[in-house]
Each structure stands twice: as C-alpha cells, then as structure tokens.
Design a protein around this ligand. Structure first.
Ligand SMILES: Cc1cc2nc3c(=O)[nH]c(=O)nc-3n(C[C@H](O)[C@H](O)[C@H](O)COP(=O)(O)O)c2cc1C
Length: 185
C-alpha cells in the first residue's frame, strides 16, 4: 500500500469481526517499529503480544473498555527508560515517551497496510495491566492495541483538523508566510 493511502485511511476501530488474524502478520507490523528514530540510537521499547483470552479479559477490565475483549490478539507497548534517562537525565524521560509514539505510528501504518484494524488504547489502570502481564515496576506501559478485522464495512474516515489550524511560520501563532521578495532586474 502506498504510504499516503495508509496515512489517510488509518482510523481507530472499536468493533471487530470474530475472524482471527494471522499472528505472523502482527509480528511483521511490530517489526516496522524497529525502524523508528531513537535518541542516541538506544531502543527503549518492548512489545507483548497477548493471545491468552483470560489475560485479554483482564486488560479490557484494566481499561474499562469492553471492546478490547472482542479481539483475539492485543499488543501491549512498554518502554524501559533506564538507558535513555542515564544518558539524558530528565529529558530522557520525555525522549522515551516521544520515541514510543514514533514507533507506534510505524506499527499503526503497517497494521493498516496489512488490512487489520486497531484502536490506540491509552486509558487504563497501569498497575492492573502490569499485574496481568508480570511487568516490572520500572517499566512504563505506554499503550495497548487490540487487533482484529473491522466489523463494519470500511467507511471513509472523518475529516481531520485543517492544516491552517496547526501550522505557523517563523514564530508561534504567526499564521501567514511572508511573501518572498523577488529581485528587481
Ligand atoms: C495517546 C492516545 C490515547 C488514546 N486512548 C484511547 C482510549 O483509551 N480509548 C479509545 O477508545 N481511544 C483512544 N484513543 C484513540 C483516539 O480516540 C482516536 O485516535 C481519535 O478519536 C481520532 O480518531 P482516529 O484514530 O480514527 O483518527 C487514543 C489515542 C491516543 C493517541
């Protein structure tokens, strides 16, 4: 799939068909996350692929979002900030979160390309997720991604925020680009 198409057609899906995805397709999507930029080239992410129904149920409860339990696979994204924080102190914590976002977007675009669907799930009680997956205290749980096939017929995604509302030129809040002066000859 063309990159532009994947970017524009990706959307959050919260209703899934019972059909089980091929786990190897999901691994390929996770593989794409390895190519994201990382501060100092230090890779801080870990991915947990969950297919145990009981654990998936616990994850749905930790998030209080029942749609998670409709799926047969959930990918949980974690970060280990230790090396990045050792190198960059306080900023290292921020870098760790930022690079998780960069890696996750790679993953989401590959999910789209594979014809799969998901929804970024960031609202959950972290302790409950850690208990369910035996994640150590010093590891962050960044997000969970229930993976499946979209239940409804693919529909066009809703219109996104207008470019004029997110773009400034030269200074914060300057919405106009100066006209480029042409040389008089
Ligand atoms: C950091 C983050 C956390 C999110 N957490 C949730 C969540 O807990 N539950 C949910 O249903 N959607 C969650 N979403 C998905 C957003 O609601 C969704 O991306 C937004 O409505 C835009 O829709 P789209 O993804 O279809 O473009 C989250 C998205 C992000 C980026």
């Amino acid at each position: 799939m063309e990159l532009d198409k994947a970017i524009k057609s990706r959307k959050s899906v919260r209703k899934f068909k019972p059909k089980k995805p091929d786990w190897r397709d999901i691994i390929e999507c996770i593989d794409a996350a390895r190519y994201a930029p990382m501060a100092g080239g230090m890779y801080s992410l870990k991915f947990i692929l969950v297919d145990d129904k009981k654990i998936i149920q616990k994850l749905a409860e930790a998030a209080q979002q029942p749609f998670i339990s409709q799926t047969q696979y959930v990918v949980v994204v974690c970060t280990n900030p230790s090396r990045t924080v050792n190198s960059y102190d306080e900023r290292g914590k921020m870098y760790c979160r930022q690079q998780a976002g960069a890696a996750i977007e790679n993953f989401l675009l590959k999910i789209e390309e594979a014809g799969l669907s998901t929804c970024w799930t960031g609202a959950f009680v972290e302790k409950f997720v850690k208990d369910a997956l035996k994640i150590p205290d010093d590891i962050n749980v960044e997000a969970m991604f229930p993976i499946g096939y979209e239940f409804e017929k693919p529909r066009t995604r809703k219109v996104k925020i207008d470019i004029n509302r997110i773009l400034y030129f030269n200074k914060y809040e300057n919405e106009k680009m100066k006209k480029i002066k042409t040389l008089d000859v």
